[in-house]
Design a protein around this ligand. Structure first.
Ligand code: NI
Length: 397
């Protein structure tokens, strides 16, 4: 049976997957600069025996594995290659050798698992129909997102991709388990930059000045109404101001205040409308109080929607592979993720790989200097990706 074959291969290949994960972890590279990582992935794919490899979006790679009747349909498996500008604090012997750069979002795990899945799929080519397209993409962490570049360069064509699956590590889920969600899952993520200009002066004479601190306070409060009063209750929205600089002192009111924040939601129409409202509220509140407002809302990734059919099938396939008790349902997660770009092009499923192990003290969240994984998750992440592709291709006619 294919399932037990895949399980055996994932188990047998574990030490190789571990070695690959540690190599990539020790040698992280920033977004769109993944030259060595890309060369390493290409070399590993060649060693596995995969010949059909093409470069895309500079450091990205596309590889094809053809099963029986390769024309009957193509499904894609995606991993991301880039790391973050974080100084690693883990004391492990595979710690980052590139100072200030770290795989703190688990992309080393995604890439090594996809290499492992490639090895499995390549060795069971006679057991499945159709074609698997492996996508190793650059720049997930940085706008405009490597996914958008690869799509623009045709990653979803030749052969045409009919569905795409991606996995991402999740520190809230125990190693050995995975999480799925059908429908809306992750948010569009846009950046807000505001400068409020007033007229600075002595804190004792506010009537002679225009106080940008007091104005900024009003703007922050008023912006909350975009979410609490203007958004439809059916469309979750988040607006957070995370940075505010007004550099006066006890008796000095500064001339300007600078703020940064984020706006996240799950509907493109509302997203555009909300951008207009944010600009209008910030500008008009500021002007009413005598100041001027420079505001920019910079568009990030779109929202991510898991195709209900594909996500439900994949969830059932995961249950068949791991057992009911190891497959969880995910809540909406308003972080951004550039896999979203694929989800607006073809049926997509983005699921979570559990990596937490409280007993071993592995609980750090993503994007922190102590993020790490229970490496036993590599076996699940490798075998499940291969299994999901085989099941998905089996449904294509
Ligand atoms: Ni990530």
């Amino acid at each position: 049976m294919v399932k037990s074959k895949i399980k055996e291969l994932a188990k047998g290949g574990f030490s190789k997957t571990l070695e690959r994960r540690r190599h990539i972890h020790a040698n992280p590279e920033l977004s769109f600069k993944e030259y060595n990582t890309s060369a390493y992935v290409r070399k590993e794919l060649e060693l596995i025996g995969i010949k059909d490899i093409t470069a895309c979006a500079d450091t990205g790679l596309i590889a094809l594995i053809k099963g029986k009747d390769p024309e009957c349909g193509t499904t894609a498996l995606r991993a991301d290659l880039d790391a973050l500008p974080i100084h690693e604090e883990n004391k492990v012997d595979y710690r980052s050798v590139n100072e200030g750069v770290m795989h703190a979002c688990g992309h080393d795990v995604h890439t090594s698992c996809l290499l492992g899945a490639a090895e499995i799929l390549n060795s069971i080519k006679d057991d499945f129909q159709g074609t698997v397209k492996l996508i190793f993409q650059p720049g997930e962490e940085r706008l405009p997102g490597g996914a958008s570049k690869m799509i623009a360069e045709g990653v979803l064509k030749n052969p045409k991709v009919r569905s795409i699956i991606g996995q991402h590590v999740m520190p809230l889920i125990d190693a050995g388990k995975v999480g799925f969600r059908s429908g809306l899952y992750m948010a569009s993520a846009d950046e807000i930059y505001i400068t409020i200009k007033g007229k600075g002066g002595h804190g004792a004479h506010p009537h002679q000045i225009i106080d940008p601190i007091a104005i900024a306070a009003q703007v922050i409060t008023s912006l909350q109404q975009v979410v609490s009063r203007m958004a439809k209750p059916s469309v979750p929205s988040v607006l957070s101001i995370g940075k505010i600089i007004g550099n006066g002192s006890t008796n000095v009111i500064p001339a300007e205040v600078y703020m940064e924040g984020t706006f996240r939601t799950f509907n493109e129409e509302w997203r555009s409308e909300a951008h207009k409202r944010i600009v209008k509220v910030a500008t008009e509140v500021t002007e009413a109080l005598g100041g001027t407002c420079d505001i920019e809302v910079r568009r990030g990734y779109p929202y991510l929607e898991n195709d209900p059919d594909l996500a439900n099938h994949a969830r059932n396939d995961a249950i068949a592979y791991l057992g009911e008790g190891n497959v969880e349902d995910l809540e909406i997660w308003p972080a951004g993720e550039d896999f979203a770009f694929y989800s607006h092009e073809v049926p997509a499923c983005f699921y979570r790989l559990g990596i937490r192990n409280e007993k071993q003290g592995i609980t750090s969240m993503l994007h922190t200097p102590t993020f790490n994984i229970d490496e036993s998750a590599l076996e699940v992440g490798t075998g499940l990706m291969a299994w999901l592709a085989v099941c998905e291709l089996g449904r294509m006619k």
